[in-house]
Design a protein around this ligand. Structure first.
Ligand code: F0G
Length: 439
């Protein structure tokens, strides 16, 4: 589709080419977004076309991102530059136990952990790395709390580019670090700096070195992530839920979902927008505080803390976009404690679904929103599980064995703990034990 890069700041709206290498507006410093010329579009045929592609074996049609390419900034022959690992087509799963836990009649999860590298980042990275290929870049870089780096490493290597990743030293889960190493990334663990500080560092390096930056400030990543909203509704037979709930870190995902729904609405492919609820961890909740204190300037959290390391971000770059999404969708932000996240995560596990800690903030947030009456028990809710259960096995083991502690070394109760038990090699003793457990 014919498109431009446009400054997101309403007072600026400066326009640039898709092939300009920009992360922010050179005129005002604002965030950039992709804007389409929809006048050439014929959206009335798209729903049928997108459905038909699901049964086709062509790589682009197998991808749950590129299947929706009418709404992506790569047109015609440019799709030859696409690098796909068949991302997307992640399932909608019902979680009756989780619904019960939250006080809802029904709850559906959109599980992005089913992606090739186990998180929603793949939806965006396929677009971001394809843009790097289109620009002729050789080296791509990102700073990450873990999932972005795992995803970027995989897609860059698949495209024959060199991935360089920057991580907060000692503060990402081992599973994610292991992925980056395995996928061949040059992995730099920056000492004594958190995500926000390293992002500022990497932006300086990218400007001076010609390395292409693939953090979610990159508007092409947001376009890829936007297709989660499209696929969610396609799978839901275009029935718009009342709420879509997601965890908030750097807030790129909130921006992406909001853009996806808004464009569908503008193209008259859906009759209304769902309300969006963003959930943050109490120790890393700058956006929650900002939205609470209507009118106060945005203020970063200097030392964000949470065991949900994926969302341990104090200075989220995409907050202006997220604010606009919440305004347009009558959205809300909630914050939840470490205990609430840990318990919600165990419940999602018991649904046979499972997810990483940041993703479980959704269920914890929904429970709170239902209890305060903001969400009605009869409303239709879809929660986005952003990462796979195996991303952070250490957290799981500690929770179930009662060893999990808050970042300040406080107690986290193993409310739904399910510890392994050591047994003797003795059938009678094991049968007795099983009888006791059954009763
Ligand atoms: N959930 C998971 C599993 C994540 O990895 C992230 C972000 C988020 C939620 C929050 O999404 O930043 O768009 O609001 N992880 C980034 C990373 C920051 O580096 O992997 P967001």
């Amino acid at each position: 589709m014919q498109a431009n890069l446009v400054c997101f700041t309403p007072a600026c709206r400066a326009k640039y080419l898709l092939t300009d290498v920009l992360y922010q507006c050179p005129q005002c410093g604002g965030l950039l977004e992709v804007e389409y010329n929809w006048s050439e579009a014929n959206p009335s045929s798209w729903k049928r076309l997108w459905r038909e592609r699901r049964t086709d074996n062509a790589p682009l049609n197998q991808s749950g991102v590129w299947r929706y390419r009418e709404m992506l900034p790569f047109a015609g022959s440019e799709t030859n530059e696409v690098v796909t690992l068949r991302e997307g087509h992640t399932p909608l799963l019902k979680g009756p136990l989780a619904a019960d836990y939250a006080g809802l009649r029904e709850l559906t999860f959109k599980h992005q952990g089913f992606n090739p590298t186990g998180s929603f980042k793949d939806n965006g990275m396929t677009c971001g790395v394809s843009q790097a290929v289109r620009l002729g870049k050789q080296i791509v870089a990102c700073v990450s709390t873990g999932n972005t780096s795992a995803s970027m490493a995989a897609y860059a290597s698949a495209a024959g580019l060199k991935p360089v990743i920057f991580l907060p030293h000692g503060n990402i889960s081992f599973g994610k670090l292991a992925q980056a190493l395995e996928y061949g990334a040059i992995t730099l663990q920056v000492k004594g700096a958190n995500f926000d500080e390293i992002l500022a560092l990497v932006r300086r390096i990218a400007d001076r070195s010609g390395i292409y930056l693939l953090n979610s400030i990159n508007p092409f990543r947001i376009e890829g992530q936007k297709t989660m909203a499209l696929e969610m509704l396609d799978q839901n037979d275009w029935v718009v839920p009342d709420w879509v709930v997601m965890p908030g870190g750097n807030l790129g995902n909130t921006a992406a979902f909001g853009k996806g729904f808004e464009e569908l609405y503008r193209l008259e492919l859906i009759p209304r927008l769902p309300r969006i609820a963003v959930v943050q961890a109490t120790g890393s909740a700058p956006f929650f505080h900002f939205m609470q204190q209507q009118g106060a300037p945005f203020s970063a959290v200097k030392t964000p803390e949470t065991l949900a390391t994926a969302i341990r971000i104090g200075d989220p770059v995409s907050w202006p976009k997220a604010e606009s999404v919440l305004q347009k969708t009558r959205g809300v932000v909630e914050s939840v404690s470490e205990q609430e996240i840990a318990d919600a995560k165990a419940i999602i596990g018991r649904c046979g679904i499972g997810c990483e800690p940041a993703s479980a903030a959704t269920l914890a947030g929904i429970k709170k929103l239902v209890s305060t009456g903001i969400m009605a028990s009869t409303e239709r809710v879809i929660a986005v599980l952003t990462g796979n259960v195996l991303k952070d096995p250490d957290y799981i083991y500690r929770y179930h064995t009662g060893e999990l502690k808050t970042p300040a070394n406080g107690v986290i109760l193993s409310t739904y703990g399910n510890p392994p038990r050591a047994v003797d090699n003795d059938p009678d003793a094991i049968i007795q034990l099983l009888e006791r457990i059954k009763n």
